[in-house]
Design a binder for this molecule. Structure first.
Ligand code: TXA
Ligand code: MG
Length: 343
């Protein structure tokens, strides 16, 4: 495995060459690190599933670096006029950005990329390294998050090195990911658009552009369901329980537990009620955002869970975050983590 901590032309060339040779390359995006393969090389796609130990029914997102690449991958002529208008609006307003759109696929896209579905997931990420790599590698990189199946998504290149190591030919370290939760996945092929996975693009921003969208289970068009909906996804190995702010404040101190607060105020109140002083080392107390900022919390989420997971607690008591904007994506990941790892 070659690890590049400085992303210059040589690093990008090494990444692109590995992709063209059918190898796997881990690269940063604005959401989480991706485990990339040439989207048109079925053998390379198979390596992605193998490296992640990911079930074959779980389709991948294809990453592009310009709008002109859309029609190589998606057959927009199969969309009705309303869906086509929604696509145009969203692609122009929100791409590049943390939004994945589910569209009818072109025949040339290998079945392995879409797990046999008639649809393909497209995403135009907003990250210079990702965009440069996609362009250098021919315009279409299929990439799931660069973690073993069911485990935390990596927001730093070191996470990828630890979790996947030699299964990857090249790791491009572009520093920590700015958003920290995966893209929102929006199905555009049915009459009513549907968010299959809440993520880095808030539902409110989508609805402001195209009107009401549904949330939750996939329509029959894209069955099997978006496996991001599997309840056990995104889980740390330590068991995790979720509490409202009020419930969290009532929890008694236990030395074997870890505590994950959304904000500094709640943490301080909890500490005061237990007559514990903040700042003093009482073990495993973590806070997603000192000032209760949802974007800061999202960016810290996986990294913090990752740290807690290595801290040897018997259980993680976690505070739900406010359910607006990015808060929905954070709570969604926490709920999945609370169900536990099943694979
Ligand atoms: O932010 C992200 O989206 C990251 C970065 C690397 O771009 N990628 C990512 O990929 O999270 P992955 O594979 O971990 O999640 C892709 C999600 C899954 O929930 C998958 O089921 C869904 O997208 N998906 C992919 N193709 C689909 C399709 N044709 N229909 C429905 N869901 C699909
Ligand atoms: Mg993933």
């Amino acid at each position: 495995m070659r690890y590049f901590s400085i992303i210059d032309d040589a690093a990008l060339r090494a990444g692109a060459e590995a992709l063209c040779a059918g190898e796997l390359v881990a690269f940063p995006t604005e959401t989480v690190y991706g485990l990339g393969a040439d989207a048109f090389n079925a053998l390379a796609l198979a390596k992605v599933f193998e490296a992640k130990q990911r079930p074959r029914f779980d389709p991948l997102i294809v990453h592009i670096a310009d709008l002109d690449s859309v029609e190589r991958l998606a057959d927009l002529s199969l969309l009705d006029a309303a869906a086509r208008a929604r696509f145009d609006t969203l692609a122009h307003a929100l791409w590049p950005g943390p939004l994945t759109l589910i569209l009818p696929k072109q025949r040339a896209v290998p079945e392995l990329a879409t797990s046999g579905l008639p649809t393909v997931a497209l995403r135009f990420p907003q990250h210079d390294v990702a965009l440069a790599l996609i362009r250098a590698a021919g315009g279409a990189i299929a990439a799931p998050s660069a973690n073993p199946f069911g485990y935390l998504s990596p927001t730093r290149a070191e996470h990828v090195r630890e979790q996947l190591g030699e299964k990857v030919a090249v790791i491009l370290d572009g520093g920590p990911c700015g958003i920290g939760v995966e893209s929102s996945v929006l199905e555009l092929v049915s009459d009513t658009p549907r968010i299959l996975r809440p993520g880095g693009m808030p539902r409110e921003r989508i609805e402001a552009l195209i009107g009401a969208v549904e949330l939750g289970a996939a329509s029959t068009v894209t069955k099997p369901h978006s496996p991001g909906q599997l309840k056990s996804h995104y889980a740390p190995r330590t068991s995790l329980t979720l509490h409202s702010r009020a419930e969290m404040l009532e929890l008694p101190w236990e030395p074997a537990s870890a505590w994950l607060f959304f904000d500094g105020d709640t943490r301080n109140l909890w500490l005061r009620r237990r007559a514990i002083t903040a700042g003093h080392d009482h073990g495993r107390i973590y806070t997603l955002s000192e000032h209760g900022n949802l974007a800061v919390a999202a960016a810290a989420l996986f990294e913090t869970l990752y740290k807690i997971d290595h801290a040897g607690a018997s259980i993680i008591h976690t505070q739900r975050v406010p359910g607006a904007g990015l808060g929905n994506a954070i709570n969604d990941r926490l709920e999945r983590a609370a169900v536990g790892l099943s694979c």
